[in-house]
Design a protein around this ligand. Structure first.
Ligand code: NAD
Ligand code: MG
Length: 396
């Protein structure tokens, strides 16, 4: 309502792709949102520019050395923004009593601590950082419930599903037959799988429909992004993994579907533009302008759908396998994949070896039902060490 005070927002991962889209939407509604805090990893200059523009009360960077550089620049410009550093700094911001909503757009498991901090303090948590829910699993969902937080999906597929589901979550299991996640198939959809041995990081990062950070771009090319999203959907919507499916839809116009008990399908459509799910999360249950270009039906040549090939995307089924494993298995898969993607981006392993690293790590690391953030982080680092070992052996 127009009479309510402005929502105070903390944007974690402010200098990234989702961060930029979030600030684009927020800037369209200065009467509704106040940028209270901005956090990033190591991009001092980019965060400084954002501080000049949005004048937040707080900022944070991943290390104290980076934070000190930002502090100097802000001081020289007479800005009073308080600069924190490290995980503790980002978590302090996520849990800050003056923050209403947290946009979680850090990439990777590094975002889990801040997401938990926001969950435990009952924030409105806008979750783009899918790795946090893949690593945190049931433990994270319990923290959301215990903290009384409102968890709103920002991933476009999960936003589409959320928009296509009935309001009352208590009816989902009864009414819904299955959830169908759409996937673009990434840049290599039409390629002979044998030719994937030779692809470069630049080719893998050139997504046909979305412009995104490098990690998620590589995940889209392997379809590990969809695997992470299957795990994300399982936790967000509470349906067993056997009732979650994936279909390839190269045009990325249907953003996902819900199939009901009577065979009816309900979907959400639009041009591929992350500002739409971001605006939905920011305003829910209201609707606000996102800035997106409206879908022009005269320019939509066709919408096609096809099943994903297990040969081209061997990593996809690891989602269902990991969900059947003991608690913590999805955290192992995520850690392995983060290391494998980085090794590929660093040209230490080939594109098709990402899957090999993931498989070998899943075989080697047995999770021990992690039931705390410390236990999850310990499991995460054990899996990373094993994945590094696997990547090193492959590159030798
Ligand atoms: P990005 O690489 O463009 O941005 C990542 C952001 O996180 C940057 O601001 C970076 O500085 C920050 N960061 C990295 N490590 C950090 C740390 N240790 N501490 C604090 N900040 C840190 O990535 P992105 O494409 O914006 O994706 C962000 C998240 O959103 C990912 O989890 C991704 O899977 C998810 N997501 C992205 C899209 C998209 O279209 N880009 C769509 C759906 C979901
Ligand atoms: Mg997605």
């Amino acid at each position: 309502p127009a009479t309510a005070r402005r929502q105070r927002l903390a944007v974690l991962g402010a200098t990234g792709s989702i961060g930029a889209s979030t600030l684009d939407v927020v800037a369209r509604h200065p009467e509704q949102f106040e940028v209270f805090a901005l956090c990033a990893g190591s991009q001092v200059d980019a965060l400084f520019e954002l501080c000049l523009r949005f004048r937040p009360a707080y900022a944070a960077l991943a290390t104290e050395a980076h934070a000190a550089l930002l502090r100097d620049k802000l001081q020289a410009h007479g800005l009073a923004t308080k600069v924190l550093s490290g995980n503790a700094g980002v978590e302090e911001i996520a849990a800050h009593p003056q923050v209403d909503a947290v946009m979680a757009a850090i990439v990777g498991a590094a975002g889990l601590g801040p997401c938990l901090a926001a969950a435990r303090t009952g924030k409105r948590l806008l979750l783009a950082n899918k790795e946090a829910i893949v690593v945190g699993g049931r433990f994270f969902m319990d923290a959301v419930a215990a903290g009384g937080a409102t968890l709103l999906p920002i991933d476009s597929e999960h936003s589409a599903i959320f928009q296509s589901l009935p309001d009352d979550p208590a009816t989902w299991d009864r009414r819904v037959e299955k959830i169908i996640l759409t996937a673009s198939g990434g840049p290599f959809r039409g390629r002979d799988p044998a030719s994937l041995k030779a692809v470069t990081p630049e080719e893998a990062c050139a997504h046909p429909n979305w412009s995104m950070g490098r990690k998620i771009s590589v995940d889209s090319a392997t379809m590990m992004n969809k695997a992470l999203e299957v795990i994300e959907a399982r936790h967000l919507f509470g349906l067993p993994s056997a009732r979650i499916e994936v279909v390839i839809h190269p045009q990325s116009i249907v953003h996902s579907l819900v199939q009901y008990r009577d065979g009816s399908l309900v979907a959400q459509l639009g041009n591929p533009d992350m500002r739409v799910p971001i605006a939905y999360g920011l305003a829910w249950p209201e609707r606000i302008e996102s800035g997106t270009k409206r879908l022009d039906f005269s320019s939509v040549a066709a919408m096609t759908f096809e099943p994903p090939s297990a040969q081209r995307y061997p990593g996809l089924r690891l989602a269902w396998d990991a969900l059947e494993g003991p608690d913590g298995t999805t955290a192992v898969l995520n850690a392995a994949n983060e290391v494998a993607v980085q090794a590929f981006l660093d040209r230490r392993i080939r594109f098709d070896e990402i899957h090999v690293v993931n498989l070998r790590t899943l075989e080697a690391v047995l999770p021990d039902a992690p039931d705390s953030l410390a236990a999850l982080l310990e499991l995460d680092s054990r899996a990373r060490a094993e994945a590094e070992h696997a990547a090193t052996r492959l590159s030798a």
